[in-house]
Design a protein around this ligand. Structure first.
Ligand code: NAD
Length: 389
């Protein structure tokens, strides 16, 4: 059975007051954030500027049961309106779930107004923006969480523990892929909302590399702890008329001498959310797939395979702490997302931005992701280039 931990005890204290930007009617991930925030009563939505259209923003807030006075027509109004409230009533954290090009200005303004931030990936569009946000977070001391939600899975935490324990030996080879098929046709030309902005370089930054390659980069870095030293990338567009990469492959050389491949593609018919990580060291390997997230395969030199399972008694403390149910009851996307929220809430309560201690991806992880995405796109077709992690 899961153990009662410091984090679990802390969450009972009180839920954090959250204001959300984006995530209104017809939006995708904002609703997932709300479910994840509520699962452990980590955070509760008390205010929102939920859409780019003021009327829709207000209607979305009312539909979610927000107090009318805290359904704002714009994020600027939300910051001003909330700052005018007594400190013990106003929001404590701003959650940003807009298309990518909006992240930077909202995150900067939220930090400057004295709020903590939860921002979806990719953190921002440019390296300059990422550096400015890192500096602003450091100056503010506020908690800054980037929702690389796959780090929240118990078996991902177990994979990290296997690498850290040394049971695989020195890591030599890493393969990470994130394959989808939903953009195999020019879906954006139909006006489909999520495809529309994701294929617009001005709003998305990068295509497949930014949208899902960012998750792959983070997952690989989180589990292995390795730094990428150089890359050899090819980011291409297969669908006619598309102005952004929809298929990207990156050869990797890590600073410890390991080699690897990262591939992110949205033109693979039949693939849904095929995020898969494989890691091999001198004495063993591991494999984890997001679509079967409760199992982690560990392999060894002598051919003996071991399957670690969510909820089993023999998993390590980080995986056990991230598990809510006894083994055999599947836990998945929402629960993993909620683990990121639980860590975020614990950090906010403690008033300490410490991603390593509380186990959440922070602004530094987000900034490295932005540097990686931009290096891949700029370096596409250029052969091997140095990467400054
Ligand atoms: N972590 C994940 O697994 C995951 C999954 C999907 C999306 N995302 C990320 O979440 C973000 C949103 O993606 P989505 O698929 O939900 O997009 P979406 O198009 O479904 O929703 C975006 C929402 O933002 C609103 N918006 C746009 N500009 C705004 C503004 N200036 N002020 C207030 N609201 C504004 C839109 O009206 C809409 O409600 C993106 O950064 C994306 O990369 C992350």
């Amino acid at each position: 059975m899961p153990r009662m931990t410091e984090h679990m005890a802390a969450r009972a204290e009180r839920s954090i007051r959250m204001g959300m930007v984006g995530g209104g009617q017809d939006a995708f991930i904002g609703a997932v954030h709300r479910m994840a925030a509520q699962l452990d009563e980590s955070m509760r939505l008390v205010a929102g500027a939920l859409s780019s259209t003021p009327e829709k923003a207000i209607a979305s807030g009312l539909a979610l049961g927000l107090d009318e006075s805290r359904c704002y027509g714009s994020w600027q109004d939300m910051l001003v309106g909330e700052l005018a409230l007594p400190e013990n009533e106003r929001i404590e954290v701003v959650t940003i779930v807009t298309p990518n090009h909006v992240h930077f200005k909202v995150a900067m303004a939220a930090l400057e107004a004295g709020f903590h931030v939860v921002c979806d990936k990719p953190l921002v569009l440019t390296v300059d923006e990422a550096e400015k946000l890192v500096a602003a977070q450091q100056a503010s001391g506020k908690v800054f969480v980037v929702t690389y939600n796959y780090t929240g899975y118990p078996m991902v935490k177990q994979a990290r523990e296997l690498v850290r324990s040394g049971s695989l030996g020195e890591i030599r080879k890493v393969m990470v892929e994130y394959l989808q098929g939903w953009l195999a046709t020019p879906l954006e030309q139909s006006g489909q909302k999520q495809a529309d902005w994701r294929t617009d370089p001005a709003r998305a930054g990068a295509g497949a590399m930014g949208d899902i390659g960012s998750h792959a980069e983070n997952l690989m870095s989180y589990v292995t702890g390795l730094q990428v030293g150089s890359i050899n990338a090819e980011a291409v567009t297969h669908v006619d008329g598309r102005k952004i990469d929809d298929d990207t492959t990156v050869l990797l050389r890590f600073c410890n001498g390991a080699s690897g491949i990262l591939t992110a593609s949205q033109i693979c018919p039949g693939c849904r959310n095929g995020l898969r990580l494989r890691v091999w060291g001198e004495t063993g390997g591991l494999e984890w797939c997001q679509e079967t997230p409760n199992e982690l395969l560990e392999t060894s030199l002598d051919g003996t395979d071991l399957i670690h399972r969510t909820g089993d008694a023999n998993v390590g403390a980080p995986a056990a702490d991230a598990t809510r149910l006894p083994g055999g009851h599947p836990e998945a996307f929402i629960e993993a997302f909620a683990n990121v929220y639980r860590a975020a809430a614990a950090a906010i309560r403690a008033g300490r931005d410490d991603g390593e201690f509380f186990d959440y991806p922070n602004v530094t992880d987000g900034a490295r992701g932005v540097r990686f995405i931009n290096a891949v796109i700029a370096g596409s077709g250029q052969g091997w280039i140095e990467f400054d992690a």
